[in-house]
Design a protein around this ligand. Sequence first.
Ligand code: MLT
Length: 246
Amino acid sequence: MHVNLELVAREAKKTVGSGDVIIVIDVLRCTSSIITALANGARSILPVRTLREARQLHQEHPSYILAGERGGLKPIGFTLGNSPLGFKREIVSEKNIIVTTTSGTAAISRVIKGRHVLLGALLNAKFVAEEAYTIGKREGLGISLALSGKKGSFSLEDFLGAGAIIESLPARRIECSDAAYASFLVFTAAKGSLTMIIQQGNHARNLKNLGLEKDVVFCSQLNQYNVIPRLENGRIVKKIADVRVY
Ligand code: MLT
């Protein structure tokens, strides 16, 4: 099975054309927050690109929770920001949540037409890997990982997230592109000190300056949730991982 990695968000759309199973990754913090929200019982997530769309959708569905960030901070009038630690069970259980973030939901919008779109992060790396492999094997497809990065540029933590996912794929049954293989090699080298290494990255330093360092530590954890977010008709819903099949 072919495994491809798009390093910057503007290339993410290519993954739709490839027909591959797509995994969108935004470790800090969008996909980590969505995974946490679903793990804590959220019914669905509606990812939207702009604040205006988010507010309009909220007017149409006032019972939905409005969440997201601009510049890392909660926009005016929103109930939640983009901190995974804010998506607590008592707030999100059984709720639908409208989410807009600077880069993460923009990357998701780029692949919204994909047939199989999953969301990944360190928090669910091995579970999303198993699901993507199972779908790919069943339908004769490859896997494309799309990094959301920060405002379209490369980001270290997303690269590590891709490497963590690739490490959980069956090595003898996949053929990686050079970028995919490089992410696996870097992840393997970084695995023992993930939090410390992610803290050195640009985005983690920005979050620290905003007083959000706890989010960085939380999002640096590996395989905490067996939750696989999946796009279905523009909404993100969850699948709980099955028992390993390969
Ligand atoms: C984004 O989608 O741009 C990020 O999740 C930013 C953030 O850390 O809030």
